[in-house]
Design a protein around this ligand. Structure first.
Ligand SMILES: C[S@@+](CC[C@H](N)C(=O)[O-])C[C@H]1O[C@@H](n2cnc3c(N)ncnc32)[C@H](O)[C@@H]1O
Length: 489
């Protein structure tokens, strides 16, 4: 058994233009968010206005409209403003081996396949798009280094790009604080880093493998850089799309897929394509990730539209193709033995698919549950519930960082998703961060207090807000009692 399913993604998604859904041309705030592709959330307007007031003064502009015109005009000043806005409104959170399951899969399965395909050229091109301060690009360099006997004499180039100039400068410097090492094992830390005061400097050999450039994924061409010629064998673009509008996601994903070599892989973050999967790709669902492969024959790939628009729609799920026969060497037992996911009608409503997914998760059929979540995300990209179930599944298999990332996505989509606050609090307890755990729990209590007590919670067992609030308060009282008893005794 190969451990994954292959699905050829069908028709290109079509829909509205580049304005975000509900985009209003005469709303200057919306024009600004659309120009940088950022999805609008509650509170964005206030944050944007707070940032714009001094910026307009600095630029000598009299209105937000004039600023929106500056962005729309393009050119160097517009580009500079876009970069400043993205630096301010997106997060650069990243660390080495973020999502160990994915990197295990790349090392055990995907890169060996690419290396076999590239054996005549003896060259590899990898790209970490939206690399922030470079940890993801250097993680690829470590994985490649660990394959080194097989790659002796190869021309391997890794490109890291980001819109944020400060982040790219940090990446090029290759010096990192402790926080970037939160899941990196001691052996790799010792092998690839040198202690420099309170920080760590990456090994020169690894640094030479990676080239960093400041690039705007939305505006810049994907070609042109020295590492781009011939197409990329692997493009990672993770934890970038979650903050962007569906049209921006579709546009960027289309460009990245256009930059792949034949047989090359595109790796977005979990569930991040928001239903905007570029056409003609094979989707390969593994227990630890869903990857997308450009088929090896050119004729099988339809070119991505220049600015494809996206209307999340039911994913087309043509018959599965037979997975390629490949060696299972190096795979975890879970990866080797995982059963193909059972087919579920794409016509089923998200609520129904999710209910079935929870039942699958309860009976231990994690892969079926995961696949169902991905399908719900494809039709309802802004529904936080599938991300919550994916987080539970990640937690169950010990992928704590992935679970945390997914729970943050849930709260990004719905800040009032109380159970996600509580799950995050639990994760903080498990990782020894008691202070943060208390904050998350307090936040959950505040959200619950705002809700009518009969409100059902959005995930099984659909307890009401009132019941949950009562049981949390009872738990707190019991904990206080125990602490007082302990201090008296
Ligand atoms: C959360 S970090 C992800 C880092 C890394 N990929 C990871 O998963 O750990 C998101 C990065 O995407 C970058 N980004 C957002 N929009 C971008 C754009 N239009 N072009 C290039 N980078 C962008 C941000 O500057 C930020 O550094």
């Amino acid at each position: 058994m190969s451990g994954h399913d292959v699905v050829i993604i069908g028709e290109p998604v079509t829909g509205p233009g580049t304005a975000s859904s509900g985009g209003v041309a005469d709303d200057p705030c919306q024009r600004i968010l659309d120009a940088i592709g950022l999805r609008r959330r509650a509170g964005d307007e206030a944050k944007l206005c707070g940032w714009l007031r001094p910026r307009l003064r600095e630029l000598g502009l009299s209105s937000i409209d004039a600023y929106a015109d500056l962005l729309a005009a393009g050119g160097a000043p517009g580009r500079h403003e876009r970069e400043l806005l993205m630096e301010h409104f997106s997060t650069g959170e990243t660390y080495f081996f973020r999502d160990q399951g994915l990197f295990g899969l790349l090392a055990a399965r995907i890169l060996p396949e690419i290396v076999a395909r590239r054996s005549a050229q003896r060259s590899l091109r990898l790209w970490s798009a939206g690399c922030a301060s470079g940890e993801e690009a250097y993680t690829l360099a470590m994985v490649i280094d660990e394959m080194s006997p097989a790659l002796a004499g190869w021309d391997v180039r890794i490109l890291g790009t980001d819109i944020n100039g400060d982040a790219i400068a940090r990446a090029s410097g290759g010096t990192y604080g402790q926080w970037s090492f939160r899941v990196l094992d001691e052996a790799r830390t010792a092998r690839y880093f040198r202690k420099c005061g309170r920080e760590w400097q990456i090994d020169e050999r690894l640094r030479a493998m990676v080239e960093f450039e400041r690039r705007d994924l939305l505006q810049d061409e994907t070609g042109g850089g020295s590492a781009d010629a011939g197409g990329f064998d692997l493009i990672l673009c993770r934890n970038v799309f979650i903050y962007l509008t569906p049209p921006a996601v579709t546009h960027i994903a289309g460009k990245l897929v256009g930059a792949l070599s034949e047989g090359g892989y595109f790796v977005p973050g979990h569930g991040e394509l928001l239903g905007c999967v570029p056409s003609g790709l094979e989707a390969l669902t593994w227990p630890d990730a869903t990857l997308y492969r450009r088929p090896a024959t050119e004729s099988a790939v339809r070119p991505a539209p220049a600015v494809p628009a996206c209307a999340p729609s039911a994913p087309s799920v043509p018959p599965r193709t037979a997975p390629p026969a490949t060696s299972a060497a190096g795979l975890s037992p879970r990866q080797r033995d995982s059963a193909p996911r059972p087919a579920a009608g794409p016509e089923a409503a998200p609520d129904e698919v999710l209910a079935r997914a929870w039942r699958d998760a309860d009976r231990g059929a994690a892969q079926a549950a995961r696949a169902a979540c991905e399908r719900v995300i494809a039709v309802s990209p802004l529904d936080p519930r599938p991300y919550f179930l994916l987080a539970q599944l990640a937690e169950e298999r010990g992928a704590i960082d992935e679970a945390r990332t997914l729970l943050r996505k849930v709260l990004y989509l719905d800040p009032g998703f109380v159970v996600a606050h509580l799950e995050l609090a639990d994760l903080c307890v498990r990782t020894g961060d008691a202070r943060r755990a208390r904050q998350m729990r307090a936040q959950a209590l505040r959200e619950l207090e705002k809700m009518p007590s009969e409100t059902p919670l959005p995930v099984p067992p659909h307890t009401t807000a009132g019941t949950l609030l009562q049981s949390l308060r009872a738990g707190d009282a019991a904990a206080r009692g125990a602490a007082e008893g302990g201090s008296h005794g």
